[in-house]
Design a protein around this ligand. Structure first.
Ligand code: HEC
Length: 119
């Protein structure tokens, strides 16, 4: 009986891990707060369609982490020099504003976007 309990407990843990696909929950929760504090939600949704800027659902699968961090922490330079960002600007017609986000904060926001993208 004890063995069975231990096994089913392990099964639950494995299932939980699979469901969250390695999301750092603490970091994602920090990112969720920053998402509204830094005003990302004024221009973006995650899975609810285009707003002022693109829907960010699945953005971590479309772009490299370094690219996303650069876009969040330094949109001005990205919109000036990066070919993908420049292309996006043509499409959306509005420049993303610098929301004064640090690299650490950007990482938390990205974890939140990842978590929301799985919903
Ligand atoms: C004033 C509106 C505005 C705000 C505020 C804003 N963005 Fe953006 N964002 C945009 C627009 C518009 C684009 C598309 C490029 C462009 O036109 O500048 C974009 C592009 C992006 C991209 C690239 C998306 C892709 O598919 O390549 C990411 C990632 C992103 N924003 C994240 C954020 C995060 C995180 C925040 C909050 C810190 C934020 N943005 C705040 C308007 C905004």
């Amino acid at each position: 009986m004890k063995k069975f309990l231990a096994l089913s407990l392990m099964g639950t843990v494995v299932a939980l891990m699979a469901a969250t696909k390695g999301i750092d929950e603490k970091l994602a929760a920090k990112g969720e707060k920053l998402w509204t504090k830094k005003g990302c939600n004024a221009c973006h949704t995650i899975g609810k369609g285009k707003l002022v800027g693109p829907d960010l659902k699945g953005v971590t699968e479309r772009r490299k982490p370094e690219w996303i961090i650069a876009m969040i922490t330094n949109p001005d330079s990205m919109l000036k020099y990066d070919p993908i960002a420049k292309e996006q600007l043509k499409k959306y017609g509005v420049p993303m504003t610098d929301q004064k986000v640090s690299v650490e904060e950007a990482k938390a926001i990205i974890e939140y976007i990842k978590r929301e993208s799985q919903k």
